[in-house]
Ligand binder design. Structure first.
Ligand code: CMC
Length: 391
């Protein structure tokens, strides 16, 4: 009712009240349910963070064990889902495959659609936390031509995901602590980020009372874009292109500043952070540590650091407050962990899953109204219909 205010990209519109994630873009602060991202990344496990985001408090040992046990009991994915996966061409982008599979999961779990009670909601949440990692692993295994196996319920949540993704046929599975800890940290850092594009999508789709899985599938599609989660793939491709082009970072800096050139420095800039992205700081340090611990020397890390240094001293970037964001260094770690470039955004989705779930749950529990923005109409005035032969 009343006056409609135009706010393209919702830069100044609060779409909801939320008690999940606090973000101060000027000061570079990010907290999940009051806990700083730095502390959580250092001390918590991804599963604890998932519980925290969704239910509001860190779990005690008993609650965490029950949560994990409930998830393990739901880790089966209907065999017919394999046929759906098989019908995709091998060249299909994993994000498209993942959003389709998440949607297809509804057909095999129809009881997860109507969630009128908190109990139904809990079951839908547990089911997707259990089955989504299987879909992620299968998406990768299909690319690699590996058989579509299930997980190993004796392992921790993240280690099991790693095993499901990487266990080679006819070989014992081996991993090390560094890899699992790096993965845990990356997933935690991606777990929520208040009302970003994909989260807003999840909330708005869910606001029509479409089910959780349908809302998530829409969120995955939103995340895919290169201005959002797809930036991590775009960053690595950009760094590879710069390397192949002789490592001339200055040339690419100039392109990024040229308003007639559509090229942007991928992994730079953020709608909310105008000082630094606290996630990028943690990830940069982790990239150094992980590559060091794994004994990997990646020339691309040096190119990334070079670009960052130049950008931080460049007037164009300084004036516009453009800093490295979460996607700038994450791909370098994913690459060191053996994750293919076109799977990077899938890893982002895996991390963001608890955040999307928490936001969807909050929206439903708050009985939020259907999301329905208005517009300022700028089209034609009333005119008479013209039959086709007279046009
Ligand atoms: N390279 C060059 N110029 C840039 C960049 C960049 N990466 N980002 C912003 N600018 C310029 C932009 O051209 C504009 O300049 P001017 O004022 O002269 O027109 C100014 O900075 C403001 O940019 P904007 O596009 O109006 O800002 P926004 O808040 O709408 O967009 C953004 C934010 C993240 C989409 C944008 O910075 C961008 O496209 N960055 C590259 C893609 C990227 O890394 N995305 C990941 C975002 S963080 C994690 C996530 O969401 O998944």
């Amino acid at each position: 009712t009343g006056i409609v205010t135009l706010d393209p990209g919702y830069k100044n519109t609060g779409s909801c009240e939320s008690a999940i994630t606090f973000l101060d873009g000027e000061k570079g602060i990010l907290r999940y349910r009051g806990y700083s991202i730095e502390e959580l990344a250092e001390h918590a496990s991804f599963l604890e963070v998932a519980f925290l985001l969704i239910f509001g408090e860190l779990p005690n040992k008993e609650q965490l064990d029950k949560f994990h046990k409930d998830i393990k009991a739901e880790s089966h994915v209907d065999e017919d889902m394999k046929k759906i996966l098989d019908s995709f061409p091998k060249s299909a982008h994993p994000m498209g495959v993942l959003s389709s599979l998440t949607s297809a999961l509804i057909a095999f779990n129809p009881m997860s659609v109507n969630v009128s009670s908190e109990k139904d909601m809990y079951h839908a949440i547990i089911r997707i936390l259990a089955k989504f990692p299987v879909l992620v692993a299968w998406t990768l295994r299909k690319k690699k031509g590996f058989p579509l196996d299930y997980g190993d319920n004796s392992l921790g949540y993240v280690e099991n995901i790693h095993k499901m993704m990487f266990k080679k046929p006819n070989e014992d599975y081996k991993t090390n602590k560094i890899v699992i800890e790096a993965l845990d940290k990356l997933l935690i850092l991606h777990a929520d980020h208040e009302q970003n594009c994909s989260t807003s999508t999840v909330r708005i789709v869910g606001s029509s009372h479409a089910g959780l899985f349908a809302s998530l599938s829409a969120g995955i599609s939103a995340l895919w874009g290169p201005l959002h989660g797809g930036a991590n793939q775009a960053v690595l491709e950009m760094l590879e292109a710069i390397e192949a082009d002789g490592g001339d970072t200055k040339k690419y800096m100039a392109k990024a500043k040229d308003k007639d050139d559509p090229f942007r420095l991928m992994g730079f800039g953020h709608r909310v952070y105008k000082n630094f992205d606290p996630r990028a700081k943690i990830i940069k340090k982790a990239a150094d540590e992980v590559l060091g611990d794994l004994g990997i020397e990646d020339p691309i890390l040096e190119i990334a650091k070079g670009l960052e240094k130049e950008a931080l001293e460049d007037q164009y970037f300084v004036e516009r407050k453009l800093y490295p964001n979460v996607d700038f260094y994450s791909g370098i770690i994913y690459r060191a962990l053996g994750i293919p470039t076109d799977m990077f955004t899938v890893m982002f989705a895996l991390g963001r899953l608890p955040g999307w779930i928490a936001q969807w749950r909050e929206m439903r529990l708050n009985n939020e109204p259907i999301g329905r923005p208005r517009q300022i109409y700028v089209g034609a005035k009333k005119r008479a219909f013209v039959p086709v032969e007279k046009r």
